[in-house]
Write a protein that binds this ligand. Structure first.
Ligand SMILES: O=CCCCC(=O)O
Length: 463
């Protein structure tokens, strides 16, 4: 496996892929470790996830540079990403015991009935390259603390990140096999998922990858959590603070160089404020600095791979051929590396890629609407349902609109963001299940019902 720097085209490192017997050995080790690990007291598991937070903070610059080198994330965001990973570890170190304590439910007199939350076993995480640390930690922190063990199949362009993450857990003092990176291609996933030793699968990635994994896991009756793509609407109503909306909108579109499932992608703007919003939004987009991801002042780095930038450009070209207008950008930059500029499209035809597909790069699609009902219809006019952002100063209306939007997360007067304290996930083709918060730690546990009758009331009994 080759790790390539998208900004320079240089090979950073090469890694030997795991062969069949290496994968088998790793799965067996994970299984054996699980046997011991899930019997550890919760306090011990909390202590170790807290250690992991310390390891992350101690080495944050090094991990950030690994990310920036492998997938082009601007360095300042890469440092913040490592800090956020430490936060999610701290969060479960503090709250896991409370989230996993038995839930007593009153049923009948002289009966003790309760739900306990017990781990399932080895869980496979298939993870993408765009937030190569964060997406893994938001799986690993709750799951390892719940008593599961983790196997990571990371995207093949970030093997250095995958290995660095495994080292975080080793340094934190986790037993060998509690968290293991599999260095394999996607073609090996079917066998791993089918393996009896594997309990469940979580995937963050594209819709086709999600469908394939869910199909295999389903045929083996294994639970899945899927966090797939998004085409998040960013709805601007007439009473919005336009300056704030335009500034935040540009940030929301270009976060991670535009390569985020929860980036704002379709801007749905009320006619009354359309011109004002467009002027400010285009100016904000234009002001973002595209450049070397190692430079602290860079807002937008290279796209993570040349082929991905070419796909993005093809979507823009097809939309323009169909009749869309380019207000800003629209052509790859004339420099080495897959750099795509902030781009704004308007007058977008219904069936063009800019209206229908996820655009995974710094390209904003802007739609003009004439009333709130049309705004809601337009916001929901997508197969995706991950996040949405709504801008209005009328709180009551904001909440009404939020209820009408088909998405897993709605943020009012704020961009869509993940937060360890809040559930994260989508509906429709954006997937199912939730990560983070109390909801996330309950996804891969056996919610076991126990009913204990008072002995004096039981008729039978052990002879
Ligand atoms: O592609 C998905 C991005 C998720 C980013 C986040 O959780 O903040």
């Amino acid at each position: 496996m080759e790790s390539l720097n998208p900004a320079t085209g240089d090979v950073i490192d090469t890694f030997d892929e795991d062969d069949e017997s290496a994968v088998d050995e790793k799965l067996q080790r994970a299984t054996d470790t699980y046997d011991e690990w899930h019997r550890q007291p919760i306090e011990e598991r909390q202590r170790l996830i807290s250690n992991a937070a310390d390891v992350l903070r101690e080495n944050k610059r090094e991990y950030a540079e690994t990310m920036t080198a492998e997938m082009g994330k601007p360095i300042e965001s890469a440092v913040s990403e490592v800090e956020k990973c430490a936060w999610v570890c701290d969060y479960y170190a503090e709250h896991a015991a409370e989230f996993l304590q038995d839930e007593h439910i009153g049923t009948e007199p002289d009966v003790e009935s309760y739900v306990s939350y017990e781990p399932l076993g080895p869980v496979l995480a298939v993870m993408p390259w765009n937030f190569p640390f964060w997406q893994v930690f938001r799986f690993a922190a709750p799951n390892l603390t719940a008593g599961n063990v983790g196997l990571l199949k990371h995207a093949s362009n970030v093997p250095g990140c995958a290995m660095a993450i495994q080292e975080v857990f080793e340094e934190a003092g986790y037993p060998d096999g509690a968290f293991t990176t599999l260095l394999v291609g996607s073609d090996k996933m079917e066998d791993v998922i089918a393996d009896d030793r594997l309990a469940a699968v979580t995937l963050t990635g594209s819709e086709p990858a999600g469908r394939a994994v869910a199909e295999t896991a389903g045929s083996h009756l294994k639970k899945t959590v899927l966090e797939l793509g998004g085409s998040d609407p960013f709805v601007v109503l007439p009473d919005a603070d336009i300056e704030d909306a335009a500034k935040t909108g540009a940030r929301a579109r270009c976060i991670n160089s535009g390569q985020s499932c929860i980036a704002a992608k379709r801007f749905v703007v009320h006619d009354d404020v359309y011109d004002e919003f467009m002027d400010e939004f285009a100016a904000e987009m234009e002001s973002l600095t595209v450049g070397d991801p190692m430079d602290e002042d860079t807002d937008i780095g290279p796209q993570a791979r040349e082929d991905l930038m070419n796909d993005l450009h093809e979507q823009v070209e097809e939309s323009v051929d169909a009749g869309a207008t380019v207000e800003l950008g629209g052509e790859p930059l004339d420099r080495d590396g897959p750099y795509y500029p902030p781009t704004v499209l308007t007058e977008i035809p219904e069936d063009s890629p800019a209206a229908r597909e996820e655009l995974f790069g710094p390209v904003a699609s802007v739609f003009r609407v004439s009333d709130v009902e049309e705004a809601i219809r337009r916001a929901n006019d997508t197969t995706y349902g991950l996040g949405a952002s709504v801008w209005t100063q009328d709180k009551r209306r904001a909440k009404e609109v939020a209820r009408e939007i088909e998405a897993g997360m709605v943020f009012v007067n704020e961009l869509v963001k993940s937060d360890p304290r809040l559930p994260f996930g989508g509906v429709k083709d954006s997937g199912y299940g939730r990560e983070l918060s109390e909801h996330g730690i309950h996804e891969f546990v056996n919610e076991k019902t126990t009913w204990v009758s008072d002995v004096s009331h039981s008729e039978g009994g052990v002879e």
